[in-house]
Design a protein around this ligand. Structure first.
Ligand code: FE2
Length: 422
């Protein structure tokens, strides 16, 4: 009994000493490399095998005529291919495309330290067309099931898409939410995730968990991600994010590739920005993209909110540098993350609340994982609530041009909605 007490006291003492050490360094203003403290041996829950899995669609180029597909296998697999054809075409029309292979290491994963990642971009596809495809071993032993994707339209037609805030923690619960969202809203053509897909960007097991939990969705609907701070790894480089996802390289000149990009889907422009890097370095490109687009709807996607939900989490650069361009070129909505609660601002212009969406931008923060932060009342908050995982369905229709937004909780209950008409 006595030795147990001593043991407990000893443990408490060690914890107190460690806390005092870190507090002392924080107070002295010395940077602590928190990630360095996370380098330890781990076990992967989603172990790769010779059979391809975790198939994920993205767009690296024009969504109307290309489709990028990535998947993983164990490192023993040397080559892998995509077989595909138009859904209405006979089997004899099946085409085959080779994939690029890369080994993805996380040497601290004791049961799956190295696996293989494959990526292929199908080109020359027909717009607004359904294709069936599978991926696998060209010798024919290990194939995925057939799945289908549909290319983007090349003209203005109604469509729906999904927007999600941070997944990050509680990826099991997040996967359940995602699958419910997909079941209830198969009409959503693609999934925008506004950064912090996982918690520790350098841990491949978390990425494996992310792709594994949503594989039934992402093999049918493209993932459109923005970079969050947690997507970076130990060396402050988003190595795994960049290795695992093939994304467009049409961002600012001289800016790291695949971190900022844009695409048009139907009559909507999507501009994805990297709020971890300098807002100013992306401003000229952002202005050029916004000023040359004749899309009806302009949608910005990035991680750190211009108008925070939680206390002490201001991002002045985002609000001032990008916000000024959103005002000038009338961005309709900004889809954001990072603050782990739900917030929709009134339409904002020049940092002030304005009367209608015709005069300003609506900024939204949401969270799709299980990590929640406190929230404080702000004069810019139109709808705000903490502690709820949500997914958002946006329907875009014509005659008149209408943007219908709904935020749902896991039960499928609408927690927020609004409509913009033009
Ligand atoms: Fe974040």
């Amino acid at each position: 009994m006595k030795s147990r007490k001593l043991l407990i006291r000893g443990g408490v003492g060690i914890l107190a000493a460690a806390a005092a050490f870190f507090l002392f360094r924080e107070l002295k203003g010395e940077a602590i490399d928190w990630y360095a403290h996370r380098r330890y041996v781990r076990t992967a829950a989603y172990v790769s095998s010779a059979a391809p899995d975790q198939i994920c669609l993205t767009w690296a180029a024009d969504p109307a005529t290309t489709q990028t597909i990535q998947w993983r296998t164990s490192s023993s697999v040397e080559s892998s291919v995509v077989e595909y054809r138009g859904e209405d075409e006979p089997e004899t029309e099946t085409k085959r495309q080779d994939a690029a292979r890369m080994l993805v290491e996380d040497l601290l994963l004791e049961n799956d330290p190295i696996n293989a990642r494959f990526s292929a971009t199908l080109e020359g596809l027909q717009p607004a067309t359904a294709y069936t495809y599978r991926v696998g071993d060209p010798s024919g032993e290990n194939w995925s099931d057939w799945a289908a994707f549909t290319t983007a339209p090349d003209d203005a037609v109604p469509f729906s898409f999904m927007y999600l805030g941070d997944a990050q923690r509680g990826l099991g619960a997040w996967g359940l939410l995602m699958n419910k969202a997909f079941e209830r809203h198969p009409e959503a053509a693609f999934y925008v995730v506004a950064g912090d897909l996982i918690n520790d960007g350098g841990w491949r097991n978390e990425w494996d968990h992310f792709f594994g939990a949503a594989e039934e969705i992402f093999r049918r609907r493209p993932l459109v991600p923005a970079l969050g701070n947690h997507d970076y790894d130990y060396d402050e480089v988003p190595r795994l994010y960049l290795d695992l996802l093939t994304l467009p390289e049409n961002g600012p000149d001289g800016f790291p590739a695949e971190r900022a990009y844009s695409f048009t889907y139907s009559n909507a422009l999507f501009v994805v920005l990297d709020s971890n890097l300098s807002a100013a370095d992306q401003a000229a490109w952002l202005e050029q993209v916004l000023s040359t687009s004749n899309a009806t709807w302009k949608i910005a996607v990035y991680h750190h909110p211009a108008y925070p939900s939680a206390p002490h989490r201001e991002n002045e650069d985002v609000r001032e540098v990008w916000g000024a361009l959103f005002d000038k070129y009338h961005v309709d909505v900004a889809l954001q993350g990072h603050d782990h609660a739900y917030l929709r601002t009134y339409p904002m212009h020049g940092g002030e609340r304005v009367a209608s969406a015709a005069d300003g931008t609506i900024y939204i923060v949401s969270v799709s994982g299980t990590k929640f932060y406190d929230q404080v009342d702000r004069d810019y908050s139109e709808v705000a609530f903490p502690n709820v995982m949500t997914y958002q369905v946006i329907d875009i229709s014509m005659n008149p041009d209408r943007f219908t937004y709904r935020a749902f909780d896991g039960e499928g209950t609408i927690r927020d909605e609004f409509v913009i008409e033009k």
